[in-house]
Ligand binder design. Structure first.
Ligand code: DGT
Ligand code: CA
Length: 569
């Protein structure tokens, strides 16, 4: 797949053009194209073959030609030429969140800093201080940014890990010699970030599996290769381990390598108390093998209910499993709608009808079209005049639909003082309103909390979207008083969103669990701007499951009548 390569080149072009203070529309076009290509979930080369490039939002003939050149030659002549016009390494500086083109230029011109190492050194030697245009706060933010960038490289997002693991598993699964295959580790527990990928296989011909595994095209380097275990590093610098285990031990190995480590330790202690020894080969009583083929039989033997991988963190789940009173976690098939979708009325790529078609195929029974509000001009926010037309359009579509309904919604901006971007008379017209912060992330904890609380307090706001604002590798969550917000949400019957956009996953699992304890409802929304982004709903479900949530906790698992009743304030 060359999707990421194309996206990276387009993004770099946008960065170089920004340094050169080129036309903002041109810059935005490259950024947008990069974003859309990155979020495709099909191979761009297939799209080329089927002549569908210009169907991707933001891709015209010119960019389509560029994409073809990149996929066939691995790069782009005009990009290589453009690169020569700025000092090398300066692009790396721009990868640091909080270092914009202006700062990068300043660092280069004043201090000859060309890369991240030189920048770190200069900060340590206090050479940035006193440079005109660089404030103390800027230096602090640069340091934080460098750390975030390093952390982002250490662990990948769940979405990336899932995609990568799937590619490996897809190839191995094709072998007749593979009898069973599963991922393990943090990926199987669906943790929001994953360090490396663990794969387990049952096979009667380990040699063949190992040979195939190390020669998968994604592999850059073979780190180790034995008879039943191999480790490789992929082109994106991710480590993937593959282990072959015996059929009788598969469950025990899966349990062991799924972890978490703390969960394993607790389980092992429990086994000892019950007179067993448990390891990656099986469960033993006085050296005699008594179970190991499946996880289910092991849990049963230990006298406990099956614990879903997402719960295995030693957060109380073992104790509940012993009493057979674990929550019954929400499942993807129980999701009946998506409550956060952008159409081409604002900055989305598709018409409402296209979105409806796609969602009907997903077996949803209703959706909310939640375009941006008026002051978010960069995202095509809707003024009152456009809202009127949009409402009519939705009414027209609903008339034609059977067993499906489009909710007239909005994602309303919360301004820096906590004021909403539409007046109450406008808000009252919507079927569903989600409110969110899009600017002023650097305000104090108190201020940010009070903005969210003010929004939750509004009679017409049903959901607070992406409540902590984090973006993996770009921005940490801003600090808010979650407890205080949850209390207000409970008292005002306002739900919080689990935003399923791959770089957000916001709320996170821990906050979900806090919300559940406070009896605050959650809404899973994809924040989709293209059709295939609607498919990331599963990531939101993963977060919800890790947060112990059940069907009754999730707004969009309700049918439409129940939803309407439940969100009423
Ligand atoms: P990661 O890779 O940091 O995202 O997280 P994990 O949980 O995948 O960690 P990893 O890859 O180091 O190990 C995979 C599993 O193997 C882990 O979840 C539990 C098990 N494991 C690893 N080290 C130990 C250990 O020292 N003791 C026990 N009991 N289990 C371990
Ligand atoms: Ca791992």
């Amino acid at each position: 797949m060359k999707n990421l390569l194309v996206a990276e080149i387009f993004r770099n072009i946008a960065k170089i053009l920004t340094i050169k203070e080129d036309n903002p529309f041109r810059i935005r076009a490259y950024e947008k194209a990069a974003q859309n290509i990155e979020s495709l979930n099909e191979d761009i080369e297939r799209i080329i073959q089927e002549n569908r490039l210009t169907e991707i939002p933001g891709i015209g003939e010119d960019l389509a030609d560029k994409i073809k050149e990149i996929t066939s030659t691995g790069t782009l002549k005009s990009y290589e030429d453009l690169k020569k016009t700025v000092p090398g390494g300066i692009l790396d500086l721009l990868n640091i969140p909080s270092v914009g083109p202006k700062t990068a230029k300043l660092l280069y011109e004043k201090l000859k800093i060309k890369n991240i190492e030189e920048l770190e050194k200069a900060i340590k030697e206090k050479r940035l201080e006193g440079i005109f245009g660089i404030k103390e706060k800027t230096i602090e933010n640069i340091l934080k940014g460098i750390e975030l960038l390093k952390k982002g490289k250490e662990r990948m997002s769940l979405a990336v890990a899932m995609q990568l693991a799937e590619e490996f598993i897809k190839i191995l699964k094709k072998l007749n010699e593979v009898k069973k295959i599963s991922c393990a580790g943090s990926l199987r527990r669906q943790k929001e970030t994953v360090r490396d990928i663990d794969i387990l296989v049952i096979s009667n011909n380990p040699q063949k599996v190992m040979d195939t595994f190390v020669s998968i095209p994604l592999v850059k380097e073979v780190l180790a290769k034995g008879i039943t275990k191999a480790s490789v590093r992929t082109k994106d610098d991710v480590q993937v381990d593959c282990r072959i285990v015996k059929e009788d031990s598969f469950g025990a190995a899966l349990l062991y390598f799924t972890g978490s480590k703390n969960f394993n330790i607790k389980l092992r202690q429990l086994a000892i108390k019950k007179g067993f020894k448990i390891n990656e080969y099986g469960v033993f009583r006085k050296e005699r093998f008594v179970a190991g083929k499946t996880e289910e039989e092991i849990f049963k033997l230990l006298g406990m209910a099956y614990i879903e991988p997402e719960l295995r963190e030693d957060n109380g789940e073992i104790e509940l499993a012993l009493k057979d009173s674990l929550p019954k976690l929400i499942e993807l098939k129980e999701i009946k709608s998506d409550l956060h979708i952008h159409s081409n009325w604002s900055d989305g790529g598709n018409t409402i009808e296209e979105i409806v078609d796609y969602c009907m195929k997903k077996n949803y029974s209703y959706i909310a079209i939640t375009d941006h509000s008026q002051s978010l001009k960069v995202a095509g926010g809707l003024n009152k005049e456009k809202l009127k037309r949009k409402k009519l359009e939705i009414e027209r579509i609903n008339k034609k639909l059977k067993n499906f309904r489009v909710l007239y919604g909005a994602e309303v901006d919360i301004d820096s003082e906590g004021k909403l971007d539409y007046d109450n008379d406008t808000l009252k017209e919507f079927d569903i309103v989600i409110a969110a912060i899009h600017t002023g992330f650097k305000q104090s904890k108190e201020k940010l909390t009070s903005r969210l609380i003010k929004a939750a307090d509004n009679k017409y706001v049903h959901i607070i979207a992406h409540p902590t604002g984090r973006l993996f590798g770009v921005r940490e969550a801003y600090e808010i008083d979650m407890e205080k917000l949850l209390n207000v949400c409970r008292d005002t019957n306002t739900a919080l969103e689990i935003n399923a956009f791959p770089q957000r996953l916001d709320l996170n699992d821990l906050h979900c669990r806090m919300a559940k304890e406070k009896k605050v409802k959650l809404a899973i929304g994809t924040d989709a701007h293209t059709l295939d982004q609607l498919d990331t709903i599963n990531l939101g479900v993963s977060v919800a499951r890790r947060g112990w949530l059940e069907k009754k906790d999730i707004l969009n698992s309700l049918n439409l009548e129940e939803l309407v009743k439940t969100i009423k304030k």
